[in-house]
Each structure stands twice: as structure tokens, then as C-alpha cells.
Design a protein around this ligand. Structure first.
Ligand code: OAD
Length: 236
């Protein structure tokens, strides 16, 4: 393997599964239990905002109870040795709580509330969530600071720039079903080391080494390997 300078880690709901947060498309996942368009689209919000707020307020309570797991911590620890960028589809803050400093959120953040008239007006989410009638400073209802289907993904250019400069691109816990996020797997350089950690995957992209493991086991093992290789390089 050539020298590693920049590691980019791309994560999905599976990395937080062992922290107790539900994924979307696994059996019993969130989109089995709820209609995605009722919960996660501008039309659903217009139709029944109370239902949408209840869903995200419940998810916020689960997030407040959850803790980062060994995979989040291992990724954060990479920063001791390498330049690291984390690109996540997750709306949780477990990467940040584990200590990762450079986290790019593509689908927004559950711990932020935002205005319904001005997407740039964001506020820290109260631990009790958002209630109907809570307004932004321009007088419009607050909504969760997450991206819904039909809305533009956040920070995508920044994510592409990071992936294009990666020496290693590690993909963890995503079904690669949602675009444009999933297209990042095609943007890593030919020379980059490419790895996927996921116990089950039906659409493995070519060129990727698939490690069939859960995140909390597979990620720390790989991180250990990279750190050991880096140590040997420094000693030489
Ligand atoms: P999915 O629910 O689509 O996929 C979760 C993936 O995690 C699956 O491939 C599982 O095999 C894998 N998985 C489950 N447990 C795991 C574990 N312990 N360790 C590692 N992998 C595990 O979630 P995402 O791919 O993140 O978007 O979904 C992408 C987007 O779809 C989400 O950001 C969300 C959703 O609709 C929006 O809400 C806009």
C-alpha cells in the first residue's frame, strides 16, 4: 500500500446500529414502519406537520439516549495519525461525540432546527424537540434541520472534493441506495485503497474490498492495521 495521507470515511445508518439507532432499509428498519413520503418529504410536512414532528422528536429522544460505539471512536482516533474527513448521511451526532473534528453532513442534522422560510436560519435543537407554534425569528414554523426527499443534499461539493483527494476511501454501514450520496463511491481515485464494511450488501461496487462485518468489529480492526503500517513507515 502506498503512503496514506488523507483518509475519507463515508458512513450510513449501519454505523450507528450498534449504538441502538434504527437503520432505514433493514428488516424492521424505519422505512418498514413509516411511509417515507409522509415523514420525509416537503409534501408530507405540508400534509401533516404534527406527524412529522412527532417522528423526529422521537428520533431525537433515541439519539439523546445513544452513545458512540467502537466504530465511531476508531474513526475519530485516526486523526492521531492521518488527515481524516468523515462524510456522513447520518443525521445523528455520534461522530462528533466520538471526537471526529471534520464531519460533513449530507442529509442535515437532527440536533438542529431550522426555519421553514429561510434554510439558512438554523438553531440548536432543544432537547424536547420542536412543537407546533414554535417560530423562527422571521415568524415561520420551525422544522427539523434534516434533508427530505426532493430537497437538495447539503455540502455535496465539499464531500466530492474530499473523496477525490482520498488515499483511502472507507465506506461503512450504508445500503448505497440513495443518490447523490451513493455516487461518491465512483469518485475515489483509481489509486485509492477502497473498502466497504457492511455485513450484508447486494450491490457491491467493483474495485472495493468488501469486509463482511459489523461496524463496531470491522472498523477498529482496519484502523489498527493502518496505524501499525504508519508506525512502521515512521520507524523506517
Ligand atoms: P440504510 O438503512 O439504507 O442501510 C443501512 C445499511 O447498514 C445496510 O446496508 C445494512 O446492511 C448495514 N448495516 C446494518 N447493521 C450494520 C452494522 N452493525 N454495521 C455495519 N453495517 C450495518 O441506511 P443508509 O444507507 O444510511 O436519508 O440510508 C441512506 C439514506 O436513506 C439516509 O440518510 C436517509 C434514508 O432515507 C434521508 O432521510 C434523506
Amino acid at each position: 500500500m502506498k503512503d496514506i495521507e488523507h483518509i475519507v470515511v463515508f458512513t450510513g445508518a449501519g454505523i450507528s446500529a450498534e449504538s441502538g439507532l434504527s437503520t432505514f432499509r433493514d428488516n424492521g428498519g424505519l422505512w418498514d414502519k413509516y411511509d417515507v413520503y409522509e415523514i420525509a418529504s416537503p409534501q408530507g410536512w405540508t400534509h401533516n406537520p404534527e406527524l412529522v414532528l412527532r417522528f423526529y422528536n422521537e428520533r431525537l429522544q433515541s439519539l439523546l439516549r445513544a452513545k458512540p460505539n467502537a466504530a465511531h471512536y476508531a474513526i475519530a482516533s485516526l486523526e492521531e495519525c492521518f488527515k481524516v474527513s468523515v462524510v456522513t448521511q447520518n443525521v445523528d451526532d455520534l461522530h462528533e461525540r466520538a471526537g471526529s473534528l471534520n464531519v460533513i453532513h449530507l442529509h442535515g442534522e437532527l440536533r438542529k432546527a431550522r426555519s421553514t422560510v429561510d434554510p439558512n436560519l438554523e438553531y440548536p435543537m432543544k432537547e424536547t424537540g420542536i412543537r407546533m407554534g414554535e417560530l423562527c425569528e422571521k415568524g415561520s414554523q420551525l422544522r427539523p434541520g434534516v434533508v427530505w426527499f426532493g430537497e437538495a443534499v447539503r455540502n455535496f461539493e465539499q464531500a466530492c472534493t474530499a473523496v477525490e483527494s482520498a488515499d483511502i476511501f472507507l465506506v461503512v454501514g450504508t445500503s448505497l441506495a440513495v443518490y447523490p450520496a451513493a455516487s461518491l463511491v465512483d469518485m475515489a481515485r483509481g489509486s485509492a485503497g477502497k473498502y466497504i464494511i457492511n455485513p450484508e450488501l447486494t450491490n457491491k461496487p467493483r474495485e472495493y474490498e468488501w469486509i463482511k462485518a459489523k461496524a463496531a468489529e470491522g472498523v477498529p480492526a482496519l484502523v489498527k492495521e493502518w496505524k501499525q503500517k504508519n508506525k512502521k513507515k515512521i520507524i523506517k
